[in-house]
Design a binder for this molecule. Sequence first.
Ligand code: KIV
Length: 271
Amino acid sequence: MSVHKNIKKITTHVLHEMKLKKQKIAMLTAYDYSMARILDSAGVDVLLVGDSASNVMAGNESTLPITLDEMIYHARGVVRATSRALVVVDLPFGSYQGNSKEALATAIRIMKETGAHAIKLEGGSVVKESVERILSAGIPVMGHLGLTPQSIHKFGTYVVRAKEEEEARKLVEDSHLLEDIGCFAIVLEKIPAKLACEVSKGVQIPVIGIGAGPHVDGQVLVTHDMLGIIQDFSPRFLRRYHNLFAEITGAVQNYIIDVRSGDFPNEKEQY
Ligand code: KIV
């Protein structure tokens, strides 16, 4: 019997149960009300207000520039649109690293001002104190290991992480640490499938992959990539389910033709 089918509201407990019953979790990013309504009514389990909004919505080259106020703006619209999915909001770069009190203040602002259900932040042992402090306030935390885009200037490139033994070992250690201190789930980004499988088997909490192969408890993609709205980002792990760039272009070109020819508006489209 499927756990998620009859569930009216996805909670962190439901996600845990889904892992136990080996039912895969479907997660997608959302940054605004209209898209979140579609995704929620389609049955997506988790909506991530990702800091990828920095790239996707604002056109920045990295996730670093997005501010806490901007994340809150995006998250409010998503929460307003959502009745079933669990809404998770990324803590933006600079709002939690190195200062656990600031991390807690950031997480509290997000929860209070958006109505979201959980927060996500990047890193393992380096953010332990921040994660613990946020958890102590009763705020559910999702971890994020592997390729952590907020550290792009340290990595220097977006290539697959943890291919070497030492980094892989550290990642496994970090996954246990995040589970032990109380995170409810972990995102693994762009790491070898074998390693992701080991992590998923080694922890009790759900592990959601992006470019981490099939042997995890769920998958996440950036909605604008999987729908083909954004075309200039084509990593191997991305499956495109639509070519909305072409569809929208066609519709808009038809509109332009109709306006220019005087065909729009017609007699029925006026007062
Ligand atoms: O911001 C984001 O979209 C993310 C996903 C890639 C997991 O963190």
